[in-house]
Write a new protein. Structure first.
Ligand SMILES: [Cu+2]
Length: 331
């Protein structure tokens, strides 16, 4: 490390250097307008802190950037990424990072063993476009992930992604607490429940209700919306669905190909998907894991609130409710 601020694509042409703009969920950094590769510097700090898991319930989360999921990272295919990882001084344990976007040993994990109060650095070239999960891979790996150590890194294809009106960052995770769902106070991690794959909470964006009320996602009728959806696990596979919408396109598994006209898409633990749809009509559209007890009993529920004029030719709302004469029959 010599503190040099120019990268090198070839001997003749140094890459432009830029600092990655990171965002906290549900926000996503703006699309990349560059037409060529750059050296992108990513600074990410790992923070252990008590935060809300549900109403009256807190948890000692381990995080990338102070949020669950961690900061969203957006780069371009062909970029050279100089990754700086810090572990805050008040952390209790060492952490590292395995980015699924990395081609190299451990996805960076081996290069980033980082003690509290220390920082590490490595560099990788983003060879493959796609939407990738990153996570901590320190032993016990399952526990670090269960505590919230995951996030998404988007590697835009060279030609970029088609423009949309709204982009949001949503990531599912399952949590394992000593107390039952709703048991108040600071809840310790339950290794036994995690090993048995019996989550106490299944949530979007790190807490029950993170994407409801003030936290609801918003759009206007007619907007084209792209959701970057990840699943940190550590255990569950998500059957991701938005009630009252149909995904026009799903870039399944976060890859380069898309399926059209999808109702529910599977998002593996340690995987992701990009889903796109147009919000034709106003209303509250509910994001769920369609393994539906997780939604109504464990917390996996978010809201996309769409404003705009009703379009009765697409959806009328209720047109009638009342008794019908028994004599009318049914067929
Ligand atoms: Cu960790």
């Amino acid at each position: 490390m010599n503190g040099c601020t120019t990268g090198k694509a070839t001997a003749e042409a140094p890459l432009p250097v830029e600092q990655a703009q990171l965002t906290a969920p549900p926000l996503v950094p703006p699309p990349i307008s560059r037409k060529g590769p750059a050296k992108v510097v990513v600074d990410l700090e790992m923070v252990e802190q008590e935060m809300r898991l549900s109403d009256g319930v807190t948890y000692e989360f381990w995080t990338f950037g102070g949020t669950v999921p961690g900061s969203f990272i957006r780069i371009r295919e062909g970029d050279t990424v100089e990754f700086h990882l810090k572990n805050r001084h008040d952390s209790h344990v060492a952490h590292n990072i395995d980015l699924h976007a990395v081609t190299g040993t451990g996805g960076g994990a081996e290069a980033t063993f980082t003690l509290p109060g220390h920082k590490t650095q490595f560099t990788f070239q983003a060879l493959n476009p796609g939407l990738y999960v990153y996570h901590c891979a320190m032993a016990p790996v399952g526990m670090h992930i269960a505590n919230g150590m995951y996030g998404l890194i988007l590697v835009e294809p060279e030609e970029g992604l088609p423009p949309v009106d709204r982009e949001y960052y949503v990531m599912q995770g399952d949590f394992y607490t000593e107390g039952d769902h709703g048991a108040p106070g600071l809840q310790p991690f339950s290794l036994e429940k995690a090993v048995d794959e019996h989550p106490t909470y299944v949530v979007f964006n790190g807490s029950e209700g993170a994407l409801t009320g003030e936290g609801a996602l918003t759009a206007n009728a007619g907007d084209k919306v792209r959701l970057f959806v990840g699943n940190g696990g550590p255990n569950l596979v998500s059957s991701f669905h938005v009630i009252g919408e149909i995904f026009d396109r799903v870039f399944y598994e976060g890859g380069s190909k898309y399926q059209e006209n999808v109702q529910t898409t599977l998002i593996p633990a340690g995987g992701a998907a990009m889903v796109e749809f147009t919000t034709e009509v106003p209303g509250n559209f509910i994001l769920v894991d369609h393994s539906i007890f997780r939604t109504f009993n464990k917390g996996a529920l978010g809201i996309l609130s769409v404003d705009g004029e009703m379009k009765p030719e697409i959806y009328t709302g209720q047109q009638f409710s009342g008794e019908y004469p028994e004599a009318e029959g049914g067929r």
